[in-house]
Unconditional design. Structure first.
Length: 664
């Protein structure tokens, strides 16, 4: 009996001993009891003890009474006060997406350290259980990513999720606040010539180019060796006219004001290629969507001049969807005959005179863009071009448009399949028609990356092609799409091998400033200040078109600083036209590089993580040797001369944008 009692005593002592992983004592706090309004996600809302669709939480046939249903990409920050011992949960894709092939990855990060990750999980897979040691952790982040393949139907569950705490209960908090610091210095009083240094056109087409320059006004413009047929307005800097003879014309642009004179080479290439550098301008969709009007377009053109964006190289003022008429509409503003007796497409009553509108935009030294679909209707249900392609292009030429966005949309009804032949067909047709016009119209292929469009977009006449879905497909999902479509789609498909002069990879517009929230309001972009710097930096590195799609009439200093940094724009508009690419990655930290015409390298240090991190650019990764003079492009300041590598602390979701020059 004594031996039996001793054994029982030993067993009880062992069972009550503290775990090596975490203390056993404490109270449980359900994750679902926290303020879930602070959980940010790509679609819908987080729900306590229910799935994101407000049904019972069920993973692989097992139902859970407690938990949080969310949707990738999802994130919640939690303050543990250093008094939590453990976090326990079972995680997986909710069963209501079983046939939808949802795929996610769960991650847990504490004070900047990766504490646990699930690996990729898919619909129908059994839940994975976790028990994470939280001792001495203060700030915890629970993440659900889209596993790198898009966020469609990524319904994710933190089932039976609970904290074991010994003191204060966990509190859901907002991510760390970021100051909206304007890094771009104000332009100086002296003249500076900005924007593209090369411009393409076809013989016989009307020529319009406004020399982008900053410096105190009034400014005086002149161009040496200007080819026959072109003239420059000395007060506005607008170059107009027509070149009849194909050739390469090397000119010298000069700009003067009371503080001095500056000059820069400017090459005009008259041949068969447009868009020798990525397009720069504005598009109406992400702020005005279905409400666009003639007045909105004129106001945008006015703002592009008034804010000085034209002085930094912005050129195009583009209408997106919703300018034509709606088949069968009872709305007198939008309905009526779709075409006239000659088959020419008719604008709705919000656009009373298209020719007058383009004339107004051109009078500002800017170019005008328009939108339509190759299908019977556009994405928003307005009249499309199917069966009227030649007539519509002729109408666009007569109206005076310079840019065409051609959006796949309802063409699915015509194509019958998404074979490569079917995907190419409407774009080759419109590209051939445009090539025969006596007006240069830049063609943007908007078909969301289907069929690896980057492999054939240029061959069918495209000057740029969308590489993925809409960056702002959902207001809440803009940040997720930025990191997925901007970074991963680009790197995984080696898109830098396809973009270049005449045809550019287009990851969508710059979603800065005030945007539509798709609920009838214009509100500030959901991107944090760091994410906005990352947005523009990456677009410049990969030689993407810089098309802003926020409210042109409500630009503050911070947004203007993002859009008008001339050293950043110089990278995007570099005439060599070689897009950048990723050379190093470690979890959430990345280094990207772009080769530039003068032999220097543009370098982006990125931190996609939730906490500040050090990122190192090694010369061996960048393809350079010896001492390098390193310059901070956003601040327009030299940092110093470095040998072998450069290291910087990069804020969460932020970037450091550098240019490295050989030091002599």
């Amino acid at each position: 009996m004594k031996l039996f009692a001793l054994c029982v005593s030993l067993l009880l002592a062992i069972s009550n001993a503290p775990s090596s992983a975490a203390p056993q004592s404490g109270k449980s706090v359900w994750l679902s009891s926290l303020d879930l309004s602070r959980m940010h996600q790509g679609w819908g809302k987080a729900h306590a003890d229910k799935s994101v669709t407000e049904k019972a939480i069920t993973i692989a046939g097992k139902t859970y009474n407690h938990g949080v249903g969310t949707h990738a990409a999802s994130k919640i920050w939690i303050d543990l006060h250093g008094q939590a011992a453990r976090f326990l949960a079972s995680v997986g894709v909710d069963d209501n997406t079983k046939e939808r092939k949802g795929s996610v990855e769960f991650r847990i990060i504490g004070d900047g350290k990766n504490l646990w990750r699930s690996g990729i999980m898919k619909s129908g897979e059994a839940a994975k259980s976790l028990d994470v040691d939280l001792r001495d952790v203060n700030k915890l982040v629970l993440l659900v990513t889209d596993a790198g393949d898009g966020q469609d139907f990524d319904h994710a569950d933190w089932a039976d999720a609970q904290f074991v705490v010994s003191g204060s209960i966990p509190v859901a908090i907002d991510p760390p606040a970021e100051p909206r610091t304007v890094l771009t210095p104000q332009p100086g009083l002296q003249p500076r010539i900005n924007g593209a240094r090369v411009f393409g056109m076809r013989p016989g087409s009307p020529f319009l180019f406004t020399i982008p320059a900053t410096g105190e006004k009034p400014r005086h413009y002149e161009v040496e060796k200007l080819p026959e047929g072109l003239n420059v307005d000395p007060m506005s800097g607008q170059i107009t006219g027509t070149i009849r003879q194909a050739g390469v014309y090397e000119t010298i642009v000069k700009v003067s004001n009371a503080h001095g004179t500056t000059s820069r080479p400017f090459k005009i290439v008259c041949g068969d290629k447009l868009a020798l550098t990525p397009h720069m301008g504005w598009n109406s969709w992400y702020v005005w969507e279905t409400h666009v009007s003639d007045k909105i377009m004129r106001d945008a053109a006015d703002a592009m001049v008034k804010t000085g964006m034209v002085d930094h190289g912005y050129m195009y003022v583009n209408i997106d969807d919703c300018w034509a008429r709606v088949p069968g509409s009872k709305d007198s503003t939008l309905g009526g005959d779709l075409r006239d007796q000659q088959g020419r497409i008719l604008p709705n009553k919000r656009f009373p005179d298209m020719k007058s509108l383009t004339d107004y935009i051109h009078s500002k030294g800017l170019k005008a863009g328009i939108y339509i679909s190759p299908g019977p209707t556009t994405c928003a249900g307005y009249t499309g071009s199917y069966g009227h392609e030649e007539t519509d292009v002729k109408q666009f030429v007569d109206w005076g448009y310079d840019f065409l966005k051609y959006d796949w949309c309802s063409y699915d009804k015509v194509a019958g399949s998404r074979s490569r032949e079917s995907l190419e067909k409407p774009y080759k047709l419109i590209g051939d028609i445009l090539r025969d016009q006596k007006r240069d119209i830049v063609l943007n292929l908007c078909q969301y990356g289907m069929g690896n469009v980057w492999e054939w977009g240029k061959a069918v006449g495209g000057n740029s092609w969308r590489t993925a879905g809409d960056l702002g497909g959902s207001f809440e999902g803009i940040a997720t799409a930025l990191f997925r479509d901007g970074f991963d789609v680009y790197s995984n498909n080696k898109l830098h091998l396809y973009g270049g002069p005449g045809g550019w990879n287009d990851p969508d517009y710059l979603l800065l400033g005030y945007l539509s929230n798709w609920n009838g309001q214009t509100v500030p972009t959901p991107l944090s200040p760091n994410e906005q710097y990352t947005h523009v930096t990456l677009w410049a590195l990969v030689a993407a078109p810089l098309i802003f799609s926020g409210d042109m009439t409500r630009l503050d200093d911070f947004t203007l600083g993002l859009l008008t940094n001339d050293e950043v724009i110089d990278v995007d508009q570099d005439p060599l036209g070689k897009p950048g690419y990723r050379v190093w990655r470690n979890e959430d930290q990345e280094v990207w590089v772009r080769e530039l015409e003068d032999g220097s390298k543009a370098v982006g240090l990125f931190n996609r993580g939730e906490f500040e991190a050090s990122v190192t650019a090694k010369w061996s990764d960048l393809g350079v040797t010896g001492k390098q003079r390193v310059r901070d492009l956003w601040r327009q300041q030299d940092i110093g001369v470095f040998h072998a590598e450069y290291t910087a602390k990069v804020p969460r979701h932020g970037t450091i944008f550098l240019r490295c020059f050989p030091s002599r």
